[in-house]
Structures are given as structure tokens and as C-alpha cells.
Design a protein around this ligand. Structure first.
Ligand SMILES: Cc1cc2nc3c(=O)[nH]c(=O)nc-3n(C[C@H](O)[C@H](O)[C@H](O)COP(=O)(O)OP(=O)(O)OC[C@H]3O[C@@H](n4cnc5c(N)ncnc54)[C@H](O)[C@@H]3O)c2cc1C
Ligand SMILES: *[C@@H]1O[C@H](CO)[C@@H](O)[C@H](O)[C@H]1NC(C)=O
Ligand SMILES: *[C@@H]1O[C@H](CO)[C@@H](O)[C@H](O)[C@H]1NC(C)=O
Ligand SMILES: *[C@@H]1O[C@H](CO)[C@@H](O)[C@H](O)[C@H]1NC(C)=O
Length: 521
């Protein structure tokens, strides 16, 4: 996205593609919207509006896309009602304007609010209501709600209900659930989308539909296939899951060389141990006593008490040396705060805070299907130390994940995967050179990992958006281009997603850099 000065790019596009000028499109869009809604002035922000920049920046969660040179939307539309969403879709379509849909803005490559061609952001943050029904243990969550708000609302009505979704409380429901969604109850309960039972969506004609009206194919697609290829998700209906009154967490750090044996063993244990236990490992190059080494941090959620956990670990993973003193018992909602790195004692209300500290960052993903040998791990550690900053997060699979068919949802990475790797690099330096350095570093680590991870296709997780694995040219979205990233994210489900896309949006109005293409007409 930094290849062209955005202004030149925009002019070029205007000359090439638009019979009307951009100003006309923009006027037509506004005219159309005002004919549909009398609240226009409170939901549309043009660049001259004093709040435009604040609204644009509030849901940017990656500083790489918070620069003067980052392409900006011609307008931001912030619907207050479902009908506003419908009007925005109808008007954008009739004016020929490209729409980007944003809920929580956590897309790692910024595709919910950045585009190389003229665009409008449909910003869903006002649509954030959550209703939980303790009797049926279900709830409706609007797309603009955050995970923190969802967890807060659940805990508000019950100490023994939870929901299996992501760890970061500011992540938006719209992108998270439509992209699969997982967190530290994945081994017990699977993905968020394994617990979605209904949805409301606006399709390309502006129709508002629930599961019955949209049909099972489209409902299937928006539960893991990414919402933005198919329509605007308004809300999901979810089934809550039981959690015990007391859960246990621990965090244990080990450094190399000791860390190597333990991480090696972890690969044989973490996906097979009791489903109540999730042990994530963070692998990070660090400096200790002026020596560069590797640190492995084991962070865990156990759906049970400390005594049972210590016994379980003693029998299955004694190498980690977990003792009762390492364990902290707490309620499930306190474990949510713990995992989100809040200080001990932080009130649950902190989950409602939408502000967050934002870095420059880049992420990538992989799946490991065969344990990596000790020699392999040592070689990887060496490379990580040479590169400098990029770390890994290993997330164990197995349990419920292995029981669900890879076709049940668009998310295909089920049985056969021991763990998922997230590659992670964050930095704080403004310069564009820094971007280049750190992005090339994470790409090199990804290339070093080739022999150790899944192949043909090399799997990737949609919610860990990575434009490196393939993109489609805007407005073109050919099947062949889409297939490059599509099979990595969706494997055998890609063609079914293309089929749904061809049926519900054959003209490809809902598109982005990695959307599902329709079949060529
Ligand atoms: C700090 C951080 C922590 C994370 N932790 C986890 C984690 O623990 N588990 C996990 O699974 N993922 C995690 N993620 C990834 C996260 O799930 C994805 O980035 C997710 O897509 C974010 O949703 P969003 O609504 O915030 O993002 P957005 O950037 O708003 O949207 C992401 C994508 O979804 C589309 N979209 C958004 N809303 C809608 C809608 N209403 N209708 C249709 N399409 C829509 C966008 O157009 C875009 O393509 C994390 C990300 C960050 C930045
Ligand atoms: C974006 O930059 C502005 C300054 O232009 C700053 O105030 C804001 O906090 C930044 N936001 C993010 C998410 O980086
Ligand atoms: C490695 O393990 C040994 C034996 O348990 C221990 O004595 C030593 O302190 C450990 N080293 C580090 C760096 O943790
Ligand atoms: C939180 O801190 C209090 C007081 O320092 C302590 O008693 C309690 O055990 C701590 N809880 C956890 C989960 O660490």
C-alpha cells in the first residue's frame, strides 16, 4: 500500500475507471443516503468534519496504518440502526463506491479501513448492543460490540457461563466471529463460530435477513469465511458455554537451554491432555546477563481447581515443574482480565474500555502437524536470535477441535493439527525504514519455518490476516488469485465459499484485498 503516492494512485484510478468524477460519486452517495435517512448529518463524516480524524483513528489498531500517507476514506458512515446499514449498502452500490466494513478495527493488515482505491468506511461501532438470556443460555451480540463487552455482560448475569472467543477485550465481534474466533477455551469448546446459532445480515440488495431468510449456505459462510465477502453482519446469536465457578491460571518462564526440552515435550502433551487445560507458549528472543537467548513463557487456563491441575500436570507434564504456589484460582471473568494482562485486582469494568495501546505490528500464522525435533527447535531459536525481535505464540489444538469436521464451518484446520503458530513482531519507531526491517525479519522467520509446518497448502488463519500470502487486485478478484490465499485459509472449503459468493454477490460488490471471488461469469 506504500508503493504509490495515494494521490497519484487515486488520480490514475479516476482516469482509468470512473466515467463520473469522484466528487460526483460522493455527491450521489450522499444524496441517496439523505433520501433514505433523515439522520444523515449525525451518521456521515466527511474529511472536513472536525470529528472525522478522531473517528477514523479511534479504531486503528496498528500504527502502520495511522500515517499521513495512509489512504483515507472519502467518508465514514456510522450507522445507528440496521436500516442505516441497509441504506449505506444500497447507496454505495448505486453510486459505485467501494465500501470497507469495520467493527473493532483489529484486522492485522488494516483492510477494514485502508484501500488503494476510493472508498467509504462503514463503521459499525454504534451497533453494539448485547442481550443475554440466562434461561436459554443464549445471547444476541451486535457486530460493533467488543469481546470485553460481551464477557462483561455474560459475567454480569452468571458466574458459571462464558463464551469461547479471543483474549484481547477490544477485538470487535463483527470481524472476530465472521473470521472464526478462538481463545483459551478452544480445546474444551472449539471456536466461537462453533457456538453461533443465528445471525442478522444485510445483503447486497439491502435486505436484512436472519438465518432462516439467508439460508444455510450463506449462514455457513459468514461463520468463519469472513463476513466482508458476503454482506454486512449486523449481529450474531450465540450459545453460551458452562464454566466452573473456580478456574486456575499460571504463568511459568523458562529460558534456553532448559526451555528446549520442555517446549519439545509440550508438543506431545498440550493437544492430548485433559480438554479443560489450555497451555499457550510464548517464545521470545531476550537478553539475560548480556547474553542473547530464548525465553519460553507457558501461560495457562484450566477449567478446574488448582489441586486437580497440579495432579494432572504431575502425571502428564512433570517437566514443567508446576507447583501449587504457581497456580492462581479465580473466577472465569477474573481469568479473562488476567489473560488480557490487567493487574491483579483490576475491576471487571475495565473490560468495557475501548481505548488500547497500539504499536506498529505485523503477524503471520502457521500450523504444525508433526512435532519439531529438539535439533529443529534449537536451530529455530538460533535463527530467532539472529533475526532479533520476532516471537512466536504456540496455541495447542486437539480436544474439541479434533472432534469437529473440517467442513462444519469454513474454518478447516481441525484434526491433525497439533498447534497453531502466530508470528509476532511489534515495534515503536515511526520511520518507514523500521517497517521494512521488521517486516522483512518476520518474513524471513516464516521462510525458515517452511520445513516444520503444514504444506500443500501451507495453512493460515483468516483472523491473523496476512496479505503476504496472496492478494487480489481490487475490482478484479479473479478465481485464480483468490485461490492462492483462499486454500491456505479455507483448504477444501474454498470452492464452497466461492459458490456461496457467486450466488449472493455475483457482481462482487463486497470485496477486499483477500475476499472470496465469485466464479467467473
Ligand atoms: C490485539 C489483538 C488481539 C487479537 N486476539 C485474537 C484472539 O485471541 N483470537 C482470535 O481469533 N483473533 C484475535 N485477533 C484477531 C482478530 O480476531 C481479527 O483481527 C478480527 O478480524 C478482528 O475483528 P474486528 O471487528 O476488530 O476487526 P475489523 O478490522 O473491523 O474487521 C476485520 C475484517 O472483518 C470484516 N468485518 C468487520 N466487521 C464486519 C461486519 N460487521 N460485517 C462483515 N464484515 C466485517 C472487515 O471488513 C475486515 O475484513 C486479535 C487481533 C488483535 C489486533
Ligand atoms: C494516530 O495518530 C494520532 C496523531 O496523528 C494519535 O493521536 C493517535 O493516538 C494515533 N492512533 C493510533 C491508533 O496509533
Ligand atoms: C536449568 O535446569 C536446571 C535443573 O533443573 C537448573 O538447576 C538450572 O537453574 C536451570 N537453568 C535455567 C537457566 O533456568
Ligand atoms: C491478588 O492480590 C491479592 C493481594 O495482594 C492476593 O491476596 C491475591 O491472592 C491475588 N490474587 C491473584 C489471583 O493473584
Amino acid at each position: 500500500m506504500e508503493k504509490f503516492p495515494p494521490i497519484l494512485f487515486l488520480l490514475l484510478l479516476l482516469l482509468l475507471f470512473f466515467p463520473l468524477s469522484w466528487a460526483d460519486l460522493h455527491d450521489n452517495f450522499i444524496k441517496c443516503l439523505s433520501s433514505q435517512s433523515n439522520q444523515l448529518s449525525s451518521i456521515v463524516y466527511t474529511p472536513t468534519n472536525p470529528s472525522y480524524t478522531k473517528i477514523l483513528q479511534f479504531y486503528i489498531r496498528n500504527r502502520r496504518f495511522n500515517r499521513t500517507a495512509t489512504p483515507k476514506p472519502a467518508l465514514i458512515v456510522t450507522p445507528l440502526t440496521e436500516t442505516h446499514v441497509s441504506a449505506a449498502v444500497v447507496c454505495a452500490k448505486s453510486a459505485g463506491i467501494h465500501l470497507k466494513i469495520r467493527s473493532g478495527g483489529h484486522d492485522y493488515d488494516g483492510i477494514s479501513y485502508v484501500s488503494d482505491d476510493p472508498f467509504v468506511i462503514l463503521d459499525m461501532f454504534n451497533l453494539r448492543s448485547i442481550t443475554i438470556d440466562p434461561k436459554t443460555q443464549t445471547g444476541w451480540v451486535q457486530a460493533g460490540a467488543t469481546l470485553g463487552e460481551l464477557y462483561y455482560n455474560i459475567a454480569d448475569i452468571s458466574k458459571t457461563l462464558g463464551f469461547p472467543a479471543g483474549v484481547c477485550p477490544t477485538v470487535g465481534v463483527g470481524g472476530h466471529l465472521s473470521g472464526g474466533g478462538y481463545g483459551n477455551m478452544l480445546r474444551k469448546y472449539g471456536l466461537s463460530v462453533d457456538h453461533v446459532i443465528d445471525a442478522r445480515i444485510v445483503d447486497v440488495t439491502g435486505r436484512i435477513m436472519d438465518r432462516t431468510a439467508m439460508g444455510e449456505d450463506l449462514f455457513w459462510a459468514i461463520c468463519g469465511g469472513g463476513g466482508a465477502s458476503f454482506g454486512v453482519v449486523l449481529a450474531y446469536k450465540i450459545r453460551l458455554v458452562p464454566v466452573p465457578e473456580i478456574v486456575t491460571v499460571f504463568r511459568i518462564e523458562k529460558t534456553a537451554p532448559n526451555a528446549t526440552d520442555i517446549v519439545h515435550k509440550w508438543q506431545f502433551v498440550a493437544d492430548k491432555i485433559d480438554n479443560d487445560l489450555f497451555i499457550r507458549v510464548l517464545i521470545q528472543p531476550v537478553t539475560i546477563n548480556k547474553k542473547r537467548t530464548i525465553r519460553a513463557t507457558f501461560i495457562s487456563l484450566f477449567l478446574g481447581d488448582a489441586d486437580r491441575l497440579v495432579k494432572l500436570m504431575g502425571n502428564n507434564f512433570a517437566e514443567l515443574g508446576l507447583k501449587k504456589e504457581d497456580c492462581m484460582e479465580m473466577s472465569w471473568i477474573e481469568s479473562v482480565l488476567y489473560w488480557a494482562n490487567f493487574d491483579n485486582g483490576t475491576s471487571v469494568g475495565a473490560l468495557l474500555d475501548r481505548n488500547s495501546n497500539v504499536n506498529f505490528l505485523k503477524r503471520k500464522s502457521d500450523y504444525v502437524q508433526n512435532p519439531i525435533s529438539k535439533d529443529g527447535l534449537e536451530w529455530i531459536w538460533k535463527k530467532m536470535i539472529e533475526l532479533g525481535k520476532t516471537g512466536f505464540v504456540f496455541n495447542p489444538y486437539g480436544g474439541k477441535m479434533s472432534e469437529i469436521s473440517p467442513e462444519a464451518t469454513p474454518f478447516p484446520h481441525r484434526a491433525g493439527n497439533i498447534y497453531k503458530i502466530q508470528y509476532s513482531v511489534n515495534w515503536n519507531d515511526e520511520g518507514i525504514e523500521e517497517d521494512k526491517n521488521f517486516i522483512s525479519q518476520i518474513r524471513r522467520l516464516y521462510s525458515y519455518m517452511t520445513p516444520f509446518v503444514s504444506k500443500s497448502p501451507r495453512g493460515a488463519f483468516l483472523n491473523y490476516r496476512d496479505l503476504d500470502i496472496g492478494t487480489t487486485e481490487n475490482g478484479k478478484n479473479s478465481y485464480d488469485e483468490g485461490k492462492v490465499y483462499g486454500v491456505k485459509y479455507f483448504m477444501g472449503n474454498f470452492d464452497r465459499l466461492v459458490k456461496v459468493k457467486s450466488k449472493v454477490d455475483p457482481e462482487n460488490f463486497f470485496r477486499n484485498e483477500q475476499s472470496i471471488p465469485p466464479f467467473p461469469s
